[in-house]
Ligand binder design. Structure first.
Ligand code: GLN
Length: 229
């Protein structure tokens, strides 16, 4: 059994839960039971193998993360050196995971950090500039500099996926060779990265019919938390 939490405070959390629920009954992941936890309290984190921080609105998310020491507990859980959980932030979740947020940080965003990237909110403009686009997947992942370790396997089978960008943040810079670039649009806009146990996408795979990103997330949990599988 692996236990996967979805932060259910605000935003597109139902869609992530639906994806994980469907995924747990597919052939690929039938070797394990995926227990899905709707995370609303910091005390729930300690039982998790993985966590999704969904897209939504990072200012609103931050208001709730400031309550009950949620922010501190999440930070401690994410940076646990012994056996950290695997975290995937989509869109607003990416902002929360970024070490450096520049530009419109007007909402006093909580930045848990851990991902050594620089991002900016609403890079492509306001709501009416939201768009859909083909995304190029990189195999193997691109590196900012010389890799310091072997790249993680990236099993999205095809070269492209469909991206839904809703007031999406932009990844302006990758600040460490440990950050792998998994995908981009228009050749140079980075839209998906991974640093060890932290994954972030500026788009919303949970709003498409594609299960590959969720499947990849589950695979990463297996690899990081249960390498014996
Ligand atoms: N622009 C939003 C923010 O700054 C994120 C949008 C999203 O998650 N779809 O929080």
């Amino acid at each position: 059994t692996i236990t996967v939490g979805v932060l259910c405070i605000q935003g597109a959390f139902i869609e992530h839960i639906h994806k994980l629920t469907t995924l747990s009954s597919t052939d690929k992941h039938r070797d394990l039971t995926i227990t899905i936890v709707e995370v609303r309290e910091p005390g729930q984190l300690s039982d998790l193998d993985g966590l999704i921080i969904p897209g939504g609105e990072s200012t609103t998310l931050s208001v709730f993360l400031r309550k009950n020491e949620f922010e501190q507990t999440l930070k401690a859980w994410i940076s646990d050196k012994q056996r950290p959980g695997v975290v995937w932030g989509t869109c607003a979740g990416l902002i929360i995971l970024a070490d450096d947020v520049v530009g419109q940080k007007l909402g006093g965003q909580v930045t848990i950090g851990g991902l050594n990237i620089q991002c900016t909110r609403n890079m492509y403009g306001r709501q009416n500039k939201s768009f859909e686009s083909a995304i190029k997947l990189h195999h193997p992942p691109l590196h900012a500099a010389q890799p310091t370790s072997a790249p993680p396997p990236f099993p999205l089978a095809d070269d492209e996926c469909h991206g839904i960008f809703i007031r999406a943040p932009g990844i302006l810079k990758v600040n460490s060779p440990d950050v792998k670039v998994l995908a981009s649009v228009n050749d140079d806009n980075i839209v998906a990265v991974q640093q060890d146990h932290l994954i972030a996408t500026s788009f919303h795979p949970e709003l498409t019919s594609d299960f590959r990103w969720h499947s990849y997330f589950v695979d990463q949990i297996k690899q990081h938390r249960y390498p014996q599988y």
